[in-house]
Design a protein around this ligand. Structure first.
Ligand SMILES: CC(=O)N[C@H]1[C@@H](OP(=O)(O)OP(=O)(O)OC[C@H]2O[C@@H](n3ccc(=O)[nH]c3=O)[C@H](O)[C@@H]2O)O[C@H](CO)[C@@H](O)[C@@H]1O[C@H](C)C(=O)N[C@@H](C)C(=O)N[C@H](CCC(=O)O)C(=O)O
Ligand SMILES: Nc1ncnc2c1ncn2[C@@H]1O[C@H](COP(=O)(O)OP(=O)(O)OP(=O)(O)O)[C@@H](O)[C@H]1O
Length: 523
């Protein structure tokens, strides 16, 4: 793959991004590799100088290693002798030039984008599970857990961001298309828009699941309005939209969709019980809970409007995953599958088999209640999780193991206290990716908001011990919720990913040890 300097100049001019250019010999010069990292350079690389942490020495290093052209927001003496493209916004330039370098892979894939504060990963996995039924497993996935760009084992790898950097995104998409993948389901974070990682990308289908305050802080969004604005951009850039009619800020969400999409291509869904007299729009799909148990969640999807009836997805569905919120995620994904041409039977078969790593992983023990490892890590998801447990188990004692991450999402700490006050009986405050902060201090901040007349608090910063102690404490009818890390097998501590066994492994070890002991005492 390659791109000529001339093409780069044309693209940047078309988008009013080019401030100036310095061409050393001819505009027909070609760049054969693209990178934003001086440690990853090949001969004739187009190098992007971007990011808060960029240093001019990286450009020197890139030049020495073979980069022949750089893109930056200002000229650098270190780039002397290289072609230079000086632009108004390097992150936008990088997205546009990467799309061109990788030959517009979005044109070779049916691209689905999913946004929302909660449920992106789960919905993405549900949809992939269904689409794989009709395309022979050829659904690519970009999620905050795994990325999948092909059908070979090496085509699946852990992701480092929810939505990759634009250059990585278009490379992954090109690889997916070249590997024969036909569909791409991707999570789109608000940061993806904030940082222009998906600038210029149009989705065949865009989902808006929900929005609650999150990701607001020094390294993320300055305020909720900015967070909402970034999330809305997905709908502005989607040809068809699927929107949860129960989301907060519905009227703004719907209005954003209508800026580029006819109402006839906007699909709304809600719980059967949901009624909002102020809502002028017709809800196209409803879902209704059915009798579920500890192994599966059952619900029905109803096609209400004429445009909904055109899809053949009405009927009963089963999920392997617990949580009434997963009926909402599941319905969204089923509508997406319908719009991609699937019928009820294929969709029902596909979604029934899906599990999502680290989400609602449930162990039913003999003597220590139900133990759930879940990725809930903000107020909305903690409320959804604990609320579900309370309804499902008829007011069990709820024991929670939780901590809040350092260096980001500080508002989550108060959110944890609030949700614990509503539902929890006992909490073990522990460590969760403290980064450069002191985990004890983070735990103290959560503790400060806890109503101690309702919730008993234990500080146990050793996460594995906290999980162990919570399970030991739990009685037969109790629920232990281990929140926030999903299947992460590391703790981010002072810039280092420090190995950690993973919550589910620690929980299973504790359960095995205890069930063994309990058996021993019984005999
Ligand atoms: C705030 C933010 O979005 N930062 C992201 C951004 O960093 P940046 O552009 O500022 O770059 P930087 O890390 O300061 O480094 C500067 C540049 O120097 C280069 N470099 C560095 C060292 C060297 O020797 N040579 C060299 O060339 C680097 O490759 C980089 O291009 O670009 C980097 C990739 O190029 C990302 O890894 C980084 O995400 C950070 C780690 C992060 O944690 N981001 C979070 C907030 C995030 O994006 N989260 C969302 C989910 C949250 C949500 O749901 O909204 C996500 O999509 O994952
Ligand atoms: N629709 C929903 N509403 C509220 N809570 C939900 C919903 N779906 C999932 N959750 C809760 O949120 C947790 C995270 O779910 P999931 O990973 O699917 O969301 P996400 O949007 O990808 O999250 P993140 O952006 O934090 O990675 C789940 O483990 C569950 O506790």
């Amino acid at each position: 793959m390659s791109i000529s300097l001339n093409t780069c100049i044309l693209i940047l001019k078309e988008h009013h991004l080019l401030k100036s250019s310095a061409v050393q010999d001819t505009v027909m010069t070609r760049m054969e590799y693209v990178s934003y990292d001086s440690r990853d350079i090949q001969t004739n690389t187009l190098f992007f100088c971007k990011g808060a942490g960029f240093r001019p020495t990286y450009l020197s290093m890139a030049k020495d290693n073979g980069a022949n052209c750089y893109v930056a927001e200002q000229p650098y003496p270190e780039g002397k002798g290289m072609h230079a493209l000086i632009v108004r916004d390097v992150s936008k330039a990088m997205a546009l030039l990467s799309a061109a370098f990788f030959r517009f892979p979005q044109d070779d894939l049916y691209v689905v984008g999913i946004t929302g504060t909660k449920g992106k990963t789960t919905t993405a996995y549900f949809l992939k599970g269904m689409l794989d039924q009709i395309n022979g497993g050829k659904t690519a996935l970009l999620s905050s857990v795994n990325n999948v760009v092909g059908q070979q084992p090496e085509d699946t790898f852990k992701s480092s961001l929810t939505t990759p950097e634009s250059l990585d995104l278009f490379r992954d998409m090109r690889n997916a298309a070249d590997n024969g993948m036909t569909h791409l389901v991707m999570e789109v974070s608000s940061q993806a828009y904030k940082k222009n990682r998906v600038f210029g990308l149009t989705y065949d289908l865009g989902f808006f699941l929900n929005i609650t305050p999150d990701h607001i802080g020094p390294n993320e969004h300055p305020n909720f309005a900015d967070y909402l604005h970034c999330k809305l951009q997905l709908l502005v850039n989607a040809r068809k939209c699927i929107i949860n009619a129960q989301t907060d800020r519905f009227s703004e969400v719907y209005a954003a969709a209508t800026t580029t999409t006819e109402p006839n291509s906007i699909y709304l869904f809600a719980d059967e019980q949901f009624a909002n007299p102020e809502l002028k729009e017709t809800i196209d799909f409803r879902y209704a809970a059915q009798e579920s148990d500890m192994v599966q969640t059952c619900f029905q999807v109803l096609c209400v409007s004429d445009k909904a009836k055109a899809l053949e997805i009405a009927g009963n569905y089963r999920l392997k995953m617990l949580g009434d919120f997963n009926q909402s995620n599941g319905t969204a994904a089923i509508i997406g599958a319908g719009l991609a041409g699937m019928n009820h039977d294929d969709a029902a078969r596909g979604i029934a088999a899906v599990t999502v790593p680290g989400r609602m992983q449930t162990e039913v023990t003999q003597e220590h209640g139900v133990v759930v490892v879940d990725y809930a890590h903000n107020e909305a998801s903690m409320m959804a999780l604990m609320g579900f447990m309370q309804r499902e188990f008829d007011n069990p004692k709820i024991i929670v193991v939780v901590g809040a991450p350092g260096d980001k999402g500080e508002s989550r700490r108060a959110g944890f206290s609030h949700s614990l006050n509503v539902y929890a009986d006992k909490v073990f405050l522990t460590t969760d990716d403290p980064g450069f902060e002191d985990p004890k201090q983070i735990a103290e901040e959560i503790n400060a908001g806890i109503d101690h007349s309702r919730v008993e608090v234990t500080f146990e910063l050793d996460r594995a011990k906290a999980i162990h102690d919570a399970i030991v404490l739990a009685g037969k009818n109790d629920v232990v919720l281990i929140c926030g890390k999903g299947e992460d097998n590391f703790q981010k501590i002072r810039g280092i990913d420090t190995p950690y066994l993973s919550d589910i492994t620690v929980a299973q070890q504790a359960i095995n040890e205890l069930e063994g002991q309990d058996e021993h005492f019984k005999h």
